[in-house]
Design a binder for this molecule. Structure first.
Ligand SMILES: Nc1ncnc2c1ncn2[C@@H]1O[C@H](COP(=O)(O)OP(=O)(O)OP(=O)(O)O)[C@@H](O)[C@H]1O
Length: 402
């Protein structure tokens, strides 16, 4: 395989045999009739994929589309039913939370075992061990069996192991979402460092915003196949459009959980203002409208991104704006701040509109605080001049054909 390639997958398929009842497995074993007692299910079908060294790839797709199966095959924890997999370099993966850990071993023993599996020799393990323990931040519990760990402690240990063994290829499957925000910030800094060093990263997330911010390329998996691959914006926009037209699809992306932790940034409140700077909630169509968000930054964070999104009463996404897209930078030093967004002309038609407010670190992967439907405002007008959600600036013209 060429030196420039990190992963080469050729015609890989993964077949599962599904049995309705446990005894069917035995019956099938003795049956000469193929598939009499089972159904065949292809989790992956004829997948070809090459990943170049230094690429940062986002893997997206509905639940059950085959993302984890593909990653496990790359990592080597799952064997394909057919096809070949070549990997150049050391792969470190954060797949299912702590899946590589032995619950009866202590944290320290698990680090040693994991590092050995990844190919580190005794000398290297001895050298890395203090870094891994210190990165995990769970020094006090490192000699306890991991079965006594909370999910937060698990993710700390798993991430510390995965990221400190100097991998050539880093694979992360959503796992970062667990764990506290300060630890997430520490991890994202490491991931950014990896990216700068030109390492290969494959990152799975249902959160398209973080995929768009962190990755250069994206792969969209559908029904066990690669449906689309290309630059991150075109693939994620196509996926987003597809998901909009499949109303029955329920993704984790929709389940934005409000961050209860406020140890880094806390959104304190929000107000709406008109041109007279009087605070109100009822506006006339076409009026100027400003949203002012009060927040407290408790720790220094560079490159914070603030965003405001509007939804109508049927939960249709109307408009999402953020400071990164508009190249507006926010302060990084701790303090109490106000962030104001001024809409020059609120051209939404009469109705109630809900506002989401969120703050993220620069790549969008770590959500510092997020308030869904934090408040709402209403638009009214005494005239009847258009229908729908918004009135787009326009004019009419008519002429007689020559
Ligand atoms: N051991 C197994 N036996 C039978 N079917 C399986 C097994 N593991 C996975 N599958 C099936 O294979 C399909 C692909 O699963 P996979 O976990 O790769 O999807 P995914 O895209 O990672 O989903 P998610 O986003 O929910 O993690 C699913 O339909 C799943 O039910």
């Amino acid at each position: 395989m060429s030196y420039d390639l990190a992963v080469k997958i050729t015609d890989v398929s993964k077949l599962y045999k599904l049995y309705d009842r446990p005894e069917d497995r035995l019956k099938q074993f003795f049956s000469s009739n193929k598939n009499k007692f089972n159904k065949e299910f292809w989790a992956l079908k004829n997948v070809d994929l090459t990943v170049n060294r230094g690429e940062t790839i986002g893997l997206i797709g509905k639940n059950g589309s085959g993302k984890s199966t593909l990653l496990q095959i790359i990592v080597g924890t799952l064997q394909p039913s057919s096809g070949s997999v070549d990997v150049n370099g050391r792969v470190s993966a954060l797949l299912e939370l702590g899946s590589g850990f032995n619950p009866d071993f202590t944290g320290r023993e698990n680090i040693i075992m994991n590092s050995a599996i990844l190919g580190l020799n005794a000398e290297e393990i001895k050298e890395k061990l203090p870094d891994i323990i210190s990165f995990s931040g769970i020094e006090k519990f490192i000699d306890q069996p991991v079965k006594s760990y909370s999910s937060g402690m698990f993710v700390r240990l798993a991430f510390a192991c995965a990221i400190n063994v100097n991998p050539d290829i880093l694979i992360i499957d959503e796992a970062l979402a667990v764990g506290d925000i300060q630890f997430q910030l520490k991890c994202i800094e490491k991931m950014k460092e990896f990216k700068k060093q030109g390492k290969t990263i494959i990152f799975v997330s249902h959160d398209l915003y973080s995929i768009k911010n962190f990755c250069d390329q994206a792969i969209w998996m559908m029904d066990g196949q690669i449906h689309m691959r290309g630059d991150v914006h075109s693939v994620s926009n196509s996926y987003e459009n597809f998901m909009k037209t499949s109303p029955s699809q329920h993704t984790e992306e929709e389940e934005i959980e409000e961050d209860q932790q406020d140890d880094v940034l806390k959104i304190n409140g929000m107000e709406f203002y008109d041109t007279q700077f009087s605070d109100k909630k009822r506006f006339n169509y076409g009026e100027k409208l400003s949203i002012v968000v009060n927040y407290t930054l408790k720790k220094k964070v560079e490159g914070i991104v603030g965003g405001i999104a509007l939804y109508d009463s049927q939960d249709n996404y109307i408009c999402g704006l953020n400071t990164k897209l508009d190249k507006f930078s926010l302060p990084s030093e701790p303090g109490d701040y106000q962030l104001a967004l001024h809409y020059e002309q609120m051209n939404l038609l009469p109705g109630s509109y809900f506002v989401d407010v969120g703050f993220f670190e620069s790549s969008g992967i770590v959500r510092l605080d997020y308030k869904k439907k934090m408040d709402f405002f209403t638009i009214s007008t005494s005239e009847y001049f258009a229908e729908g959600i918004t009135c787009i600036p326009h004019n009419w013209n008519s002429r007689k054909e020559a």
